[in-house]
Write a protein that binds this ligand. Structure first.
Ligand code: PBG
Length: 335
């Protein structure tokens, strides 16, 4: 359409508007700020513990006391929200993942400590899925054949969501991909006086090769046999993502997520165009690791690559990005 009103060269020279920094700034279509970043963090047991994660160079698990410091750092950087994940000791894992329901589990302790220290200066998003708590590393309850059961899992996820909301979580983010869980969780939150607790649904979550380092970080990699293909989406599908999003919105999701991030920007754009709702994307652990390894190999400059990838999410229509580079990016953006 716009092509038809273009003057021919040399009347039209697209380079004119790119010729100076002020002009480039003036013509910039997309803005990235720290408010667009959500910082995923891994919680560990103990006191004063920083436990580096080998496959996520530069990322550590933090004990609750030090997690509070990370939260304060995020507030000072203008990052509006943290996404918390627990590293659960093997002894506390079980076939049914019931540690997810323990009101004193690591997640709940971290949520309470951050809320005590920072109040509403920062939001806390919590992942709902059983993989940090199961002895088999699947996101749900399994039958004798290892098949992940849908409806029984949803019941447990409802309990996990209420447990997190009771501890002070602001956004419940179901990452499990069970059918019907958004409606069930929404109803339970409404019934428990958590009307303002949001749901950000991992609506289009793919069975991806990019989650490896995350599974190290929460301690489920060695435990997981097989894959998650009976519940996470086929990377070949795009129309199906729209259906998943439509279902979750109809069930009461406040916002939706696409995951992984960069390889799925087409999905983010389609979801945004089709529904016009807040769309978030997760630049997942394997994407983070790719950037860090490229930097370590001398193939790229970290700062420009980080900001370029994050800007790409904004350009694709995302309101925000979950990224392990959040603090670093915010520092760069704040100058
Ligand atoms: C758990 C969950 C996963 C991630 C977020 N929540 C892993 C998985 O589904 O296996 C991945 C995040 C990342 O790789 O950074 N359901």
């Amino acid at each position: 359409m716009t092509q038809t009103i273009l003057a021919p060269f040399p009347a039209q020279r697209p380079r004119r508007s790119r010729s100076t920094p002020w002009s480039r700034a003036m013509h910039r279509e997309t803005i990235l700020t720290p408010a667009n970043l959500i910082w995923p963090l891994f919680v560990a047991d103990g006191q004063g513990v920083e436990d580096p994660i080998a496959s996520l160079p530069g990322v550590s698990r933090w004990s609750v006391d030090l997690m509070v410091e990370r939260a304060k750092e995020a507030v000072s950087l203008g990052i509006p929200c943290l996404a918390l994940f627990p590293y659960t000791q093997k002894e506390r894992r079980s076939e049914d993942g019931k540690e997810a329901l323990n009101p004193d589990n690591l997640m709940c302790r971290a949520i309470r400590a951050i809320k005590d220290a920072c109040g509403d200066d920062i939001g806390i998003l919590t992942d709902v899925a059983l993989d940090p708590y199961t002895s088999h590393g699947q996101d749900g309850l399994i039958d004798d054949n290892g098949y992940v059961l849908n409806d029984a899992t949803v019941e447990t996820l409802v309990g996990q969501s209420l447990n997190q909301a009771n501890a002070g979580a602001d956004i419940i983010a179901p990452s499990d991909m069970m059918d019907g869980r958004i409606a069930a969780i929404r109803a339970a939150l409404e019934g428990a006086n958590h009307q303002n607790v949001q749901i950000m649904s991992y609506a289009a979550k793919y069975a991806s090769a990019f989650y490896g380092p995350f599974r190290d970080a929460v301690g489920s990699r060695g435990l997981l046999k097989g894959d998650k293909k009976t519940y996470q989406m086929d990377p070949a599908n795009s129309d199906e993502a729209l259906r998943e999003v439509a279902i979750d919105l109809a069930e009461g999701a406040d916002s939706v997520m696409v995951k992984p991030g960069l390889p799925y920007l087409d999905i983010a754009r389609r979801v945004k165009d089709e529904f016009g709702v807040p769309v978030f994307a997760y630049q997942v652990s394997g994407e983070y690791a790719m950037i860090e390894h490229a930097v370590a190999a001398g193939a790229a400059d970290r700062d420009t690559m980080v900001l370029e990838t994050l800007l790409a999410f904004r350009r694709a229509g995302c309101s925000g990005v979950l990224t392990y580079h959040a603090a670093h990016a915010a520092r760069l953006l704040n100058g």
